[in-house]
Design a protein around this ligand. Sequence first.
Ligand SMILES: [Zn+2]
Length: 642
Amino acid sequence: MLHIQTQSSDTTILFAARELKRYLEKMSSAPLEIALNQTAAVGDSILSLGLFADFSLSAEALQDPQSDDAIDIKVEQLNGRIAGSNPRSVLIAVYRFLELSGCCWLRPGKDGDVIPQKDITGLSAVLQDTASYRHRGMCIEGSVSLENMLDSVAWAPKVGLNTYMLEFMLPYLYFDKWYSHHGNPFKEPEPRSIEECYAYKAMIAREIKRRGMTYHDMGHGWTCTAVGLPAELVRPWNAFYPEIEPGVQKKMDKYLAMIDGERKIVHDSPLNTNLCYGNPEVRDIMVDNMLTYCLQHPEVDVLHLWLGDSWNTQCECELCADTTPSDFMIMICNKLDKVLARHKVKTKICFIAYVDTMWPPQNEHLENPDRFMLLYAPISRTYSEPYDDNTEGVVLQPYVRNKLPRPRHVRENIGYLKEWFKTFAGDGLCFEYHFWLDHYFDPGYYAMGKILAQDIRQLEKLGLNGIIEDQTQRAYFPTGFPMYLYGKTLWNKDAGFDALAKAYFAGAFGEDADACLRYMASLSELFDPVYLRGDKGEAVNPGMVEKLARIPALVAAFKPVIDRNLSARDTAVALSWRYLSDHSQMVIMLADALKARAGGDMQAARTYWRQLERYAYALEDQIQPALDVHDFTRSLARLFAE
Ligand SMILES: [Zn+2]
């Protein structure tokens, strides 16, 4: 008999124990009784779960054992301990132990785990490991169902992720994109109400907290609540808000940013609209609203303060003209810190270097940096080059109100980050977009991983302590390798791209893993993401015609390997091959469309592209958990625009 015993009644550690029990029961080839927190008899096996202190293990090497994850596994013949520096680390340690025992976490959801069948009484593992970076997270984006979100939250700690963010007051748009099936000609809308989506957000937050993950919330929206406009990311906003109440209109007339002499909503979006931050009443209202939110949501570990979601829309009035938006943001932070302290609120606040606030403050500085984190969000960067801390020779543009450029080169973006760090020496992390729209430029899902891994390795040199990816939650098509790579490299920055590729593909594809890896690398090379992003100049490109023309033969040569694996015994492995099978049809169609485009025949290119769009939407129910068809088509459609 096996006993799993926890050293405390912490809910996350109890959850870790239940997960361990659940997976060991699935794994055991012979019937085995597993008891949870019961007294063991002589001769029983015991696996003990707890914090480092429960086993007299030292956490001294960690800056902050609550925030920094470390694990210690010592199991011999199914007897021993699985320990973590905090409850979340205990859960991560359980998944690592299971992984060392042969489990593979290929992707979220049904048939995502490979669980070997074996005699588990001989399981042994010894491992001491510390995460390279503190912040390892995902943030909701794309088009998602509630199930997609719950599956994603459940999968995240299996690959070592420890942070989850639910963006905005309500991430309504992301749910609505899925449930209304925007763009899909084959599905009837199943829209959800605002109230239902608030319930979804609460359910997802509970699952994040159950796993002890750090929960980040909000971001854009404080500019909306300040004047009484909807902050739920609804579009078109005026469909949800047909008549503006006189009280709201009065506040808009007074508090919205003045641009070209007018205080009005920009881009038809309250979330994109900035406020007149030079007006102290505006700053006070924002501070009050953030305090209220913290008091109402004690489950939030990190609350984000972002300004309007747009470039070059700052107020031009005389109260604002001489002060940068970053200076105003820091003024709000300082005031907020004081009122939070007065109310004994410990919530951390994350402010952002993004669009106009990529330019650091000129005069203000944080009075209590320990309360704060800097979120570095280089949304205009290219993914054709990795992070590089060498900024020698880079020319930075001065801050000029509403006339800022959008820096594309990575070293230029890093240059602004370095300027920020001259004013703030605290905790910093990235908000990144590898898995938002850019990853669709790499149908091999291989080359983008190389940039991602290099970016992660560079974080330490840049003074950043992790990443939250603003991403579709369905980024597993055709393989889950880039997301696996993401979690594993954030945990161990020196894990190595090739070693992780070998491990992932072996788990996902079995005996033909090496051939599959070569196939994916070849697809990346022939589609050439650098070209698709537009970083090689003109769309018309004879060299690309030649490369794209080689894709059908590449796919045809690999198709027999796919076909013979579709009935693999393990259902998770079989699903990996089924996704590759669906993908193989799509890449041939995409190659046809892109080849016509590279040859200058846009009419043919658009015809091929529309066929592919239709094909992908027709397949959507089959590939839903792995591919965000809405964002896939939205991203690539730009290449075929009229
Ligand atoms: Zn102003």
